[in-house]
Design a protein around this ligand. Structure first.
Ligand code: ADP
Ligand code: ASP
Ligand code: MG
Length: 446
């Protein structure tokens, strides 16, 4: 079966009964489509809290959080349905899931139990929404994501497996045009419940769209597309009508929260356009991400926090080939990706954001070099078109950073990206200054 569109609705977009009414209207169409839903906004955070309580052995506090969450849903379903039938089904569904949540009180609590708890948000939101569609007479089928969404031992999605098993599920309902499924959740290489990391519902939508080679993936959220800067920190940002896959992928990877860091890659690989749209303002144009370039010098800026900079200094580095390889091998052994890198004759500085194995990495590096570590760093990533013959961009960018201490600069790694590493305490100031110096003059004149 060819699925024309994959539509993903985020937490805020399903965050209240009224929002779900809107979603039901927005997905109305004659096309075949899969609708991917997040958990109701705030729920995944509450499930994280519950897991923390269990982890700390605080069963009473866990039970209290569970009770509060149950009450929140009871208020939700009271408004969502008007018929007794649907209400009854929803009450029974909630009872089942909340019994499951309470059941961990006597278990050994490991990461596996935590993941099972985190999956409840999407399992509940999709079921509640599908009951609502039933109530209003809209024919749809709930597809269980845990039957087809899978990651391998490196936590990478298995696209062939996803395609094959998703098709098996779809083919069970050949007469249906509308499918609902859970974002974020998956199974891992052990067959256990896992997830695609926070914000992962975008990734689910992109993986489904790519696996099925759909015509379009739509990410419906609470803002009118990808803005030129982070609207949570900066005034006067604006949406960008069109950008290319590589521009969007850089922005997502380097912290634009509107998209999960990896979510553009599957769509890009299969050349499926991604449209970012606003549930609260469906008539807004949003952003179309495709092979078309944005044709702007400065497209947008994003910031990625929680970065650790490591400076590795060794007198042996001077003219020593093989030195960099031995450093990179340490990171490879611990499956830790490096984001930024700068070199001098006697030292190399690089950054990582996954600090799971930091201690071990440092121990190995210290065997043949002296090592300095700076925590609480932020990468400011300016995405644009900086072809090798063009000039003046470094000057513009440095002007924006004239009052901010810079730890590292990376220019020329790709023609799409200029990155700077700063202490996180300067992040807001840096983003605002980049907006004022690199973006505002063009927009004011436009
Ligand atoms: P959802 O719950 O729909 O997945 P998210 O909260 O994950 O929504 O993403 C949308 C939010 O991303 C916006 O409300 C906005 O605050 C934030 N955001 C950060 N950077 C950008 C950007 N460059 N453009 C648009 N939104 C951004
Ligand atoms: N519910 C998950 C989260 O809050 C996934 C998502 O919303 O995309 O991270
Ligand atoms: Mg999100």
């Amino acid at each position: 079966m060819h699925i024309k569109k994959v539509l993903k609705f985020g937490g805020t977009s399903v965050g209240a009964p009224e929002r779900m009414f809107d979603v039901a209207k927005l997905i109305r169409s004659n096309d075949t489509r899969i609708v991917v839903l997040s958990a109701v906004s705030g729920v995944t955070n509450q499930l994280v809290e519950i897991s923390k309580c269990y982890h700390n052995g605080d069963k009473d506090k866990a039970a209290l959080h569970i009770k509060q969450l149950h009450e929140k849903y009871q208020g939700f379903i009271a408004k969502l349905y008007s018929k007794e039938d649907a209400k009854k089904k929803a009450v029974a569904l909630l009872e089942e899931h909340f019994k499951f949540l309470l059941n961990f009180a006597n278990d050994l609590f490991t990461v596996h139990e935590e993941r099972a708890i985190l999956a409840q948000g999407e399992l509940i939101s999709t079921a509640l929404f599908q009951y609502y569609l039933e109530e209003i007479g809209e024919k749809s089928v709930l597809l269980p994501a845990l039957e087809f969404m899978r990651i391998d031992e490196d936590k990478e999605p298995m696209l062939d497996y996803i395609r094959e098993n998703l098709n098996i599920e779809l083919n069970k309902h050949k007469d249906c045009k509308l499918f609902i499924t859970q974002g974020y959740i998956c199974r891992n290489s052990y067959g256990k419940v896992d997830n695609l990391k926070r914000g992962g519902s975008d990734y689910t939508a992109s993986l489904i769209g790519a696996a099925l080679k759909s015509d379009e993936i739509q990410i419906w959220t609470d803002i009118d597309g990808m803005h030129n800067n982070d609207p949570r920190f900066v005034d006067k940002t604006y949406p960008i009508a069109e950008m290319s896959f590589d521009e969007a992928a850089e922005l997502a990877y380097f912290g634009a929260k509107i998209l999960h860091p990896s979510s553009i890659l599957p769509a890009w690989q299969e050349n499926v356009p991604v449209r970012l749209l606003n549930t609260m303002q469906p008539e807004a144009k949003g952003t179309l991400i495709s092979t078309n370039d944005s044709n702007r010098t400065y497209v947008a800026v994003a910031a990625k926090d929680g970065i650790v900079a490591i400076k590795i200094r060794s007198s042996r580095m001077l003219l020593a080939y093989g030195f960099l390889r031995s450093i990179f091998e340490v990171f490879e052994r611990y499956k830790t990706p490096i984001d930024m890198i700068t070199t001098s004759e006697v030292a190399v500085s690089l950054t990582i954001d996954d600090t799971t194995h930091l201690k071990d990495i440092l121990k190995e590096l210290e065997e043949y070099a002296s090592v300095d570590v700076d925590k609480d760093q932020t990468i400011i990533c300016i995405v644009g078109n900086f072809a090798s013959e063009s000039y003046g961009h470094a000057q513009d960018v440095l002007k924006a950073f004239s009052k901010i201490p810079i730890r590292m600069i990376s220019y020329g790694g790709s023609k799409k990206n200029i990155s700077l590493l700063i202490n996180s305490k300067y992040k807001k100031q840096a983003l605002q200054s980049v907006n004022d110096v690199l973006f505002m003059p063009q927009e004011v004149l436009a």
